[in-house]
Design a protein around this ligand. Sequence first.
Ligand SMILES: *[C@@H]1O[C@H](CO)[C@@H](O)[C@H](O)[C@H]1NC(C)=O
Ligand SMILES: *[C@@H]1O[C@H](CO)[C@@H](O)[C@H](O)[C@H]1NC(C)=O
Ligand SMILES: *[C@@H]1O[C@H](CO)[C@@H](O)[C@H](O)[C@H]1NC(C)=O
Ligand SMILES: *[C@@H]1O[C@H](CO)[C@@H](O)[C@H](O)[C@H]1NC(C)=O
Ligand SMILES: *[C@@H]1O[C@H](CO)[C@@H](O)[C@H](O)[C@H]1NC(C)=O
Ligand SMILES: *[C@@H]1O[C@H](CO)[C@@H](O)[C@H](O)[C@H]1NC(C)=O
Ligand SMILES: *[C@@H]1O[C@H](CO)[C@@H](O)[C@H](O)[C@H]1NC(C)=O
Ligand SMILES: *[C@@H]1O[C@H](CO)[C@@H](O)[C@H](O)[C@H]1NC(C)=O
Ligand SMILES: *[C@@H]1O[C@H](CO)[C@@H](O)[C@H](O)[C@H]1NC(C)=O
Length: 457
Amino acid sequence: MHLLGHCSSSRAAIFALLLSSIARAIDLDISDEQSIKDAASTSTYAMMKYYYGNETGQIPGAFPDKWWEGAPLFMALLEYWHFTGDTTYNEELSVGLQWQGGTDGDYMPGNYSSYLGNDDQMFWGLAAMTAAEFGFPDRSTGFSWLSLAQGVFNTQIKRWDTSSCGGGLRWQIWPYQSGYTMKNSISNGGLFQLSARLARYTGDAIYLQWANKIWDWSVSSPLLSNTTWNVADSAVVGDNCATQGNAQWTYNYGTYLMGAAYMYNYTNGTIQAQWLTAVNGLLNATFNNFFLTGGIIEDYYCEPTETCNNNEILFKGLTSSWLALTALLVPSTFDSILAKLQKSGQAAAASCTGHNNGTCGVQWYRSTWDGWMGMEEQISATKVFIANLINFNKTAPVTSTTGGNSTSNPTAGEDDTDGSNQMRTTTTTADKAGAGIVTAVFVAGWIGLMSFMMLGG
Ligand SMILES: *[C@@H]1O[C@H](CO)[C@@H](O)[C@H](O)[C@H]1NC(C)=O
Ligand SMILES: *[C@@H]1O[C@H](CO)[C@@H](O)[C@H](O)[C@H]1NC(C)=O
Ligand SMILES: *[C@@H]1O[C@H](CO)[C@@H](O)[C@H](O)[C@H]1NC(C)=O
Ligand SMILES: *[C@@H]1O[C@H](CO)[C@@H](O)[C@H](O)[C@H]1NC(C)=O
Ligand SMILES: *[C@@H]1O[C@H](CO)[C@@H](O)[C@H](O)[C@H]1NC(C)=O
Ligand SMILES: *[C@@H]1O[C@H](CO)[C@@H](O)[C@H](O)[C@H]1NC(C)=O
Ligand SMILES: *[C@@H]1O[C@H](CO)[C@@H](O)[C@H](O)[C@H]1NC(C)=O
Ligand SMILES: *[C@@H]1O[C@H](CO)[C@@H](O)[C@H](O)[C@H]1NC(C)=O
Ligand SMILES: *[C@@H]1O[C@H](CO)[C@@H](O)[C@H](O)[C@H]1NC(C)=O
């Protein structure tokens, strides 16, 4: 990510205004299907400028120093193909998404597994699940999309930790990582969502059981309230989750909302009515908390101060896509969600006047380029553009009984000793050194900011 200084930033804004008659922005008519597809095409092209995985000598799907971000990028490519029909990127998407599954098919690849968080692995599982649900063809060899999602589920439920807080997943997997002392919403809400999606796709009871279990634990903890629908970021195991780190991020709401929407769509009767209450409560809170200036989605913990890190720039893109799927799975929410997505999509497009070449910024609510650029900005813009295509194509995620044919492997990932909660008794020095370095790079930004916010708020 490259950030211009404040002065250059406002100068850029003035230039953008002066040059607006000739500037190549992303022209978007939010009521026109082709216009949205064109905007998505432009931003996807710019997004893929940051992907080198299909070049000679490069590793498919690898994102050095920010491995998890490959998952949102591949999710954006899946959504792009599904809603536009453009197959341009399908081969590199297919190769990269499968490659990072690793030798055990559970997104714990040896190159990265010693410093992954549960959330990092989970996002790749959600990307694979999206591939299965969109009917993206399995490759003829290697792991199927569904089995990769099952591999993530199987390795993560083994890490369910009842030694504190009555249950829950920790943020990080390994004790030598600082986030190991926390239980957080994105890890637990992520596995909840993955379980709900696997339940709906396969109809297997184990996934439904876990989705209910993770939800029930979450509402019993300070992470998720089923009365105010506040979603906190994290809790600390040291005090048995009595302390709440109440940093507010779109994706924490989005992931619980998405899981609840799948549960609503999959269940019946009074149970279904309870999930509808959860969907409406979380949706209402998401609208109230994050659709602020001009009714445009905003991660207000970092945007006004221009302090968003790479992770945080992705949150509202992820949330926009989850809102779009919620609208399809819970039809009564469609109109209110579409109205929000339209305003946000229009504003995001107006932020894409950077460098005269479709470079998009962070603060969509400014409706002009704010001087920020990077892969994360392009992913989020792409995702909100495509989210708007639900207005024209209501093709919902499929299941194994409605056309989904990705091959199931209920025991996927279970042979991976590296991925279980059986902590390796011998962590090599190299592992630790590697972990230390990467932790410093990754976590300094993210955890540092979160801890800061937790202390501050
Ligand atoms: C847009 O221009 C910037 C600055 O020259 C460049 O870094 C970026 O790669 C360009 N993007 C595209 C999609 O051409
Ligand atoms: C990588 O994929 C892009 C399409 O996104 C294509 O233009 C490019 O030629 C591919 N590169 C290689 C080395 O296959
Ligand atoms: C909607 O998207 C699906 C999945 O990509 C595709 O098969 C279908 O043809 C599309 N329908 C329309 C009306 O564009
Ligand atoms: C792990 O790294 C090796 C060596 O660079 C590479 O060949 C392999 O493809 C990588 N695997 C993954 C899953 O990234
Ligand atoms: C599975 O479905 C996809 C999408 O409809 C199709 O392209 C593919 O050929 C099917 N695969 C098999 C093995 O039937
Ligand atoms: C809310 O969660 C609590 C557990 O903390 C549970 O006892 C209660 O039944 C839930 N309320 C609703 C309406 O689901
Ligand atoms: C919902 O009801 C239908 C019809 O009674 C039944 O086949 C299905 O198994 C039920 N789904 C769940 C998740 O209970
Ligand atoms: C929606 O949010 C408003 C404002 O916080 C609140 O007054 C209302 O009760 C909420 N409605 C639901 C269904 O949660
Ligand atoms: C589940 O989602 C499908 C696909 O959008 C939709 O047609 C159906 O009405 C939903 N089910 C319920 C109970 O709303």
